[in-house]
Unconditional design. Structure first.
Length: 128
């Protein structure tokens, strides 16, 4: 029994250390819609400090979902962002942010109401 507890403890501590080494941090952005218009996200801008982050956007208003190109980041010539994909029937969208250097990026939020696209919104991500 002691061996099992010791093994489990070592495993948990080891996994924790791996996550710490990776330095990955999650950031959450809320998207709401009022009268079929995308509201300013919260927070805006999304401020990122340090390397290795995942930004998660979630639509909080029922009846709306992200388009297949839900989040489009502009001016990313160095490939700082990757892995963009939707989840949970389009209610969520996430992107990996390497944040290797300081720069402000505009991004487009693309939302659908059924098969109808809403007018997009262009907030910012600030990599510090």
């Amino acid at each position: 029994m002691r061996t099992a507890i010791l093994t489990a403890t070592v495993l948990v501590l080891g996994l924790g250390a791996c996550f710490e080494v990776l330095g990955q941090t999650d950031h959450f952005v809320s998207i709401t819609v009022t009268n079929d218009k995308i509201d300013a996200p919260s927070p805006d801008p999304v401020r990122i400090a340090g390397r290795g982050h995942v930004i998660h956007w979630e639509i909080k208003t029922p009846g709306y979902s992200f388009a297949s190109n839900g989040i489009v980041i502009h001016g990313d010539d160095a490939g700082e962002f990757d892995g963009g994909h939707s989840a949970e029937q389009g209610r969520k969208f996430q992107v990996n942010d390497k944040n290797s250097f300081q720069k402000t990026y505009k991004y487009t939020v693309n939302v659908m109401k059924g098969a109808t696209p809403l007018a997009p919104l262009d907030p910012s991500i600030v990599n510090d």
